[in-house]
Design a protein around this ligand. Structure first.
Ligand code: IMP
Length: 429
């Protein structure tokens, strides 16, 4: 049984907790896209752990974690994360595997990410500033440096030299920055190469052999489908395929080997960075959601924009990922709001749309058509049985399932591992 877990909105849906919970049933947890722009927060007992690059499943004893070829790796950030986990008594020795074909985030990628944002003015994307976009751009223009290239020192130097030739023209001329030193980067990365060597291998081979041997795999998406470079609110997206499709290209596991796709959905909507957000609330309800939901970025600490649940958005996600189930998170954040709304249409140019448009202009102009639901006074925090939910909370949850056309397998009612209503676990138990 192989399961893909994805975000259904603009990221930060609470995938970390759901993946952590499901990892108990998986042998391997696999990251397939993105990089250290992701922030997966997991609360275990009194400890809060934020992972950016290392698969969440590694927090569970004995589980194996894979960083697939579709991920872009900043080796410094990776080694720091390994050190942090060691400090918490969690060793990844013999349990972490890194694809030799994954591309590296080089120091110039981060510089260009930060500088090019400055030149975009009002059209800036609001990236995490980690160099993600430029690293994927190099991959696509076939100038990227892969993990395996580090172990062919002549090739690595040659590639770095060629890339720096262009970068060192751009940095001073366009961004007024000092050129980068070849020798410094070369030596720095050879140092990383030595340190990460024990983890590097052909992960496509590893994963396919694991499936052949009947192991269970969980593919952990980062960000959300509406940040997917193909299916998201382009250009306000990340530079990878965060939807379920990325799980195949980003790991070398063929599409017919995946069994289910679970989409994690927040009971309302948030977004970090710029871009259209039709249900955004800039009033006191938005402020309430940010405060109650602790909606601040796990990677950058930026306040998240908050708004009502958007059924058009999640229905689109259900469709393009052919999702089999939903995990609804943060239901408890809505406790005490007298009236809760769900967006069921967009008004654009006097017309009502019932599906998400692809045009940026239409999305920017869209006024949400809202369906209202009575809220509930009672606390749902920590509830683990569906029967115990207030009647109005049940009505709200059922409306979401109906409007997006997908069954709900889990409802999370707090950040703690155990505080979840579980109707069904995709993995055989
Ligand atoms: P980048 O991935 O750093 O290039 O940023 C592109 C867009 O994706 C920005 O709007 C970021 O805020 C957003 N983004 C990237 N990673 C995450 C994440 O893990 N959660 C939420 N938003 C993200």
């Amino acid at each position: 049984m192989n399961l893909v877990v994805i975000g259904t909105q603009w990221g930060d849906e609470g995938k970390g907790k759901i993946v952590d919970l499901l990892s108990e049933y998986a042998d391997y947890v696999v990251r397939y896209q993105g990089g250290h722009n992701a922030g997966h927060t997991i609360v275990i007992g009194e400890k809060t752990i934020v992972l950016h690059l290392i698969p969440t499943g590694l927090l569970q004893k004995g589980k194996k974690g894979v960083i697939g070829n579709g991920v872009v790796i900043n080796p410094k950030a990776l080694l720091e994360e390994i050190d942090t986990l060691n400090g918490q008594g969690i060793s990844v020795e013999g349990r972490l595997f890194i694809s030799a074909s994954a591309h590296l985030i080089m120091p110039y990628h981060q510089k260009i990410d930060l500088e090019s944002e400055k030149t975009k003015g009002l059209r800036k994307i609001g990236t995490t500033g980690r160099g993600i976009g430029p690293a994927y751009a190099d991959k696509m223009s076939r100038t990227g440096i892969r993990v395996c290239d580090l172990y062919d020192q002549d090739l690595f130097r040659e590639k770095l030299e060629t890339n720096l030739c262009e970068i060192n023209t751009i940095l001073p001329k366009i961004y007024n920055l000092a050129p980068l030193d070849l020798e410094e980067i070369y030596q720095e990365f050879l140092g990383y190469a030595e340190k990460i060597k024990p983890y590097v291998l052909d992960t496509a081979l590893l994963l396919n052999q694991a499936i052949d041997a009947g192991k269970q795999l969980l593919f952990e998406g980062a960000q959300g489908t509406h940040l997917d470079v193909d299916h998201g609110t382009y250009p306000y997206v990340t530079s990878s395929n965060s939807g379920a499709g990325g799980a195949s290209t980003g790991t070398g596991v063929g599409p017919t080997r995946f069994d289910e796709v679970l989409g994690v959905t927040k009971a309302y909507t948030t977004r970090v960075g710029s871009g259209p957000f039709p249900t955004e609330l800039t009033d006191e309800v938005g402020v309430f959601l940010r405060k109650q939901g602790n909606e601040f970025g796990a990677t950058t600490g930026r306040p998240r924009r908050c708004g009502w649940f958007d059924a058009l958005q999640v229905r689109h996600t259900v469709r393009i990922n052919h999702m089999t189930a939903l995990a609804l998170t943060k239901l408890d954040v809505l406790d005490g709001i007298p009236q809760i709304s769900i967006c069921v249409g967009y008004e654009v140019d006097g017309k009502t749309l019932t599906e998400m448009p692809c045009s940026l202009r239409s999305l920017e102009q869209a006024k949400p058509v809202l369906k209202h639901f009575a809220g509930w006074e009672e606390s749902t925090n920590g509830i683990t049985s569906y029967d115990k939910l207030p009647q109005n909370a049940k009505r709200y949850v059922e409306a979401i399932s109906e409007l997006v056309g997908c069954r709900i397998d889990m409802i999370s009612t707090s950040s703690k591992r155990g505080e979840t209503i579980v109707n069904r676990i995709a993995f055989p138990t």
